[in-house]
Design a protein around this ligand. Structure first.
Ligand SMILES: O=C(O)CCC(=O)C1=CC=C[C@@H](O)[C@@H]1C(=O)O
Ligand SMILES: [Mg+2]
Length: 344
């Protein structure tokens, strides 16, 4: 636990907990609905949303992050660790990318229309039960739509082996790629792929090798990535993630964990605190939902390609509208109780 944020008692956490199930307009990560828990702490609303299949040990970092964002004292009075950059935001808005699930080319235009003014598109590739031809058709359609000035990055979620990744890059390089996110699963494979495709000049980004690793700095130390994708919740919160970026010494892209506007605000505060932000951030994913917990018109969705660095006001009517079923709420209460016990 960050020494500045002692976990509140369990009763205090559970007392104000709200569990919602937000529908997605397009299937993402094999899911049509995103379940998440919200708490209202003294510093404001905060989110705890490890994916359903994650175990308690992995979920502990997500709870630390939620507590840090909802219970940390105001930045001005907080004694932050020397290794962490100031948590006072240095930016007031964050440029963001559109996130395109692995849809058929016919649907690309409709999905991208949700993202107002985004010049960068992250395209999901290497989806199960799809082929490289499907990826090529999707990326080709994106390039047609964004024009020569648009930026295209790909995310394979570690699904390719080394040779598949090398082959895929050869097929997809003609579409002028900004970077390749987690093309292979292991740090060794990333390092070797990076060596093999260096002549193409396409950077390799690490995502799962940071957020799901026992040692999130190992990929940077191994020289296996050109940049890191960092997510506030899995890395234990804004301050811990910012300290990790500083220690890694690599450029970073802040990305969402498919959160409501409350969790996205946590990501926006992380992006605002980083000294350098050379890439658009993956924080536009509220646009993948058909509902949110913020009041209508107040969601953290891009306007003109950016989101503001602010805590959205949570709307009781939206909490009621998207309230999870009672058995799912019980499931989340049990989870919070178990994970809270791990923090002590
Ligand atoms: O980075 C983005 O553009 C959006 C966020 C995003 O892609 C993800 C959010 C949540 C879970 C992940 O499978 C996925 C990712 O792999 O980056
Ligand atoms: Mg990723």
């Amino acid at each position: 636990m960050d020494e500045t944020t002692t976990p509140p008692p369990l009763d205090e956490l559970l007392g104000g907990m709200q569990v919602v199930a937000l529908p997605l307009h397009t299937r993402f990560r094999g899911q049509d609905t995103r379940e998440l828990a919200l708490f209202e702490g003294p510093a404001g609303w905060t989110e705890f949303s490890p994916f359903i299949e994650y175990g308690d040990h992995e979920a502990a970092a997500w709870l630390r992050a939620a507590i840090d964002f909802g219970w940390a004292p105001a930045p001005a009075s907080a004694p932050v660790p020397a290794s962490a950059p100031a948590s006072v935001p240095t930016r007031t808005s964050i440029p963001v990318n559109a996130t395109l699930p692995a849809v058929a080319p016919e649907r690309v235009e409709e999905v991208l229309a949700h993202y107002d003014g985004c010049r960068t598109v992250k395209v999901k590739v290497a989806e199960r039960r799809q082929t490289l031809d499907d990826d090529v058709a999707r990326v080709q359609r994106v390039r047609e739509l964004v024009g020569a000035e648009g930026r295209i990055r790909l995310d394979a979620n570690g699904a390719w082996n080394l040779d598949e990744a090398e082959h895929a890059v050869h097929r997809l390089a003609e579409f002028d790629l900004e970077y390749l996110e987690q093309p292979c699963a292991s740090v060794d494979e990333l390092a070797e792929l990076r060596r093999r495709i260096r002549y193409l000049g396409i950077p390799v980004a690490a995502d799962e090798s940071v957020r799901k690793a026992d040692d999130p700095l190992a990929v940077a130390r191994a020289g296996a990535a050109d940049l890191l994708v960092v997510k506030a919740q899995p890395l234990g919160g804004v301050r811990r993630a910012a300290a990790l970026v500083a220690e890694a010494g690599l450029p970073a892209v802040v990305s969402s964990a498919l959160e409501s506007s409350v969790g996205i605000a946590m990501g926006a505060h992380l992006a605002a605190a980083l000294p350098e932000l050379p890439y658009d951030c993956g924080l536009a994913t509220v646009d993948l939902f058909t509902g949110d917990v913020a009041a209508p018109g107040r969601s953290l969705v891009p306007r003109g390609g950016s989101i503001p660095v602010e805590r959205p006001e949570v709307d009781p009517a939206q909490l009621e509208r998207w309230k999870a079923a009672p058995e799912r709420e019980r499931w989340w209460r049990d989870r919070v109780e178990r994970v809270h016990a791990l923090l002590r």
